[in-house]
Design a protein around this ligand. Structure first.
Ligand code: C2O
Ligand code: CU
Ligand code: CU
Length: 460
């Protein structure tokens, strides 16, 4: 039996997200997504008041194909306002889903048609950008897989959406935000999940090559991750194929994956049926906690990591550093505490954070200009300085960028849309301003974003 046939045979038992076959099936390029109340057993009892795209399941993996148009009608089946953002996709500004900046918020009962053609393959995700904290904390974070134009040769594909929920002893939601948390590292959840389950086990072909797509869609937590096996290789980072060798995460040097970030690992499954590969996270007080397990099933496919060619590069323009103009951004606290004007999109009631010492006046605030105006087609260096003791995953919409220098560490030049700034770190990133529009620029610790650490860059 050839490899493809084996997979077709095993897809049913491996489940929806278990095999490469679903990637090669017709992508869901046209879909209606209804944001709606949901419930789910996250721990012991069914948690009510969740928000998802079906009444009783996590938001689905949305599948598209590089260079193929997608039509996603987002219907708001809740009573709150919303808007959907496609994190990491370099698409036209009007489809970016940022309230008041690129579209008006979607009221309850209304819908918005998002139509775009993803230029890049890789692992991306989606989440609301209006009522962001409320809807994300209650469940609405999903993964988007944009398949390469050609099959890169894995035997299976496994998406793992990592996130926490903040529940009380009856498995009901606790308040998603605290002033204390918002002013520090954010408010952490206490139920740690992968695809909304605790340590789920996924069957994968024995001796096969699995593309493990890890997504941190949490509002707060920075995961420190590694695998129990050393037979793995980082293939892509924040959607984009890695073009330089990067060290494998290990217990001694775990991978830091901040909110909004993704990593694709090629994992060689063990050669004996029943053996497992574990994804482990170092959590405070819980080193090496199992997040998920891949369990070998079936006969040994005897694949080899060296069978894999590098993934084809995405069509991202490379910045010309010699000609790049430099812009400075300082991320820190704010002296004043006025609540941002977020209009219909949910303010947390404080400003604690700022960019360039000015807190974001709010999504709906009038007369708010860009933090910087970039000329279309030109190269830029953005110097990002963290003057706070807290870590900030800084995210830029609509453009991909590459870190070129840090005062604290050797940063591999991996193309990205979200960079984790360490304590007292200054990182320079470079980009080509090749996508016109107003692009949100903010911390992805959502309580930081919603209490001032936000703004936008304009590409004209
Ligand atoms: Cu993932 Cu502005 O967001
Ligand atoms: Cu984004
Ligand atoms: Cu932050």
């Amino acid at each position: 039996m050839n490899r493809r046939k084996f997979l077709l045979g095993s897809a049913a038992s491996a489940g929806l997200a278990g095999a490469a076959t679903w990637i090669n099936a017709a992508p869901s390029q046209k879909r209606e997504l209804t944001i709606q109340p949901a419930s789910f057993r996250l721990r012991t009892r069914r948690t009510m008041d969740m928000v998802s795209l079906s009444p009783d399941a996590p938001p689905p993996v949305l599948l598209g194909r590089q260079g193929k148009p997608m039509q996603l009608r987002v219907i708001n089946g809740t009573e709150d306002y919303t808007a959907m953002h496609w994190h990491g996709l370099r698409i036209p500004n009007a489809m970016d889903g940022v309230p008041y900046l690129t579209q008006m918020p979607i009221a309850g009962g209304e819908s918005f048609d998002y139509e775009f053609t993803p230029p890049d393959a890789g692992t991306y995700w989606y989440h609301p950008h209006c009522m962001t904290m409320a809807q994300m904390a209650h469940g609405l974070t999903g993964v988007m897989v944009i398949a390469e134009a050609e099959d890169p040769g894995f035997d299976a594909d496994q998406v793992v959406n990592l996130r926490d929920f903040r529940l009380d002893e009856n498995d009901a939601f606790l308040p998603y935000s605290t002033a204390r948390g918002a002013a520090r590292s954010g408010t952490f959840g206490n139920v740690i999940t992968a695809n909304w389950r605790q340590a789920p086990v996924y069957d994968q072909p024995t001796g096969g090559l699995v593309r493990l797509r890890l997504v941190n869609s949490d509002t707060t937590r920075i995961y420190r991750l590694y695998l129990s096996a050393d037979t793995a290789r980082i293939m892509a980072w924040d959607g984009h194929p890695v073009e330089v060798p990067v060290a494998q995460p290990s217990a001694q040097a775990p991978l830091l994956l901040g909110p909004g970030q993704r990593v694709d690992l090629a994992v060689k499954m063990p050669a004996h049926e029943g053996q497992t590969v574990e994804l482990l996270a170092d959590l405070p007080g819980q080193p090496g906690r199992v997040m998920t397990q891949l369990r070998a099933v079936g006969r040994d496919l005897a694949r080899d990591l060296r069978d894999l060619k590098p993934l084809p590069a995405n069509p991202v323009s490379r910045p010309d550093l010699a000609k790049a103009e430099v812009h400075d951004f300082v991320f820190g606290w704010t002296p004043e505490g006025r609540a941002p004007d977020d209009g219909y999109c949910g303010s947390l009631g404080y400003s604690f954070w700022s960019i360039n010492r000015t807190p974001w006046p709010g999504d709906a605030a009038r007369d708010t200009g860009p933090l910087a105006t970039l000329e279309r087609g030109k190269s830029y260096i953005l110097r990002l300085r963290n003057e706070s003791p807290n870590l900030h995953p800084i995210h830029l919409h609509g453009l991909a960028f590459v870190p070129i220098r840090s005062n604290r560490r050797q940063l591999p030049p991996l193309m990205t849309d979200t960079i984790l700034l360490l304590k007292d770190e200054v990182v320079e990133i470079a980009l080509v301003a090749d996508n016109p529009g107003d692009w949100a620029f903010h911390c992805h610790v959502i309580e930081h974003q919603k209490t001032g650490l936000a703004g936008f860059l304009r590409v004209t």
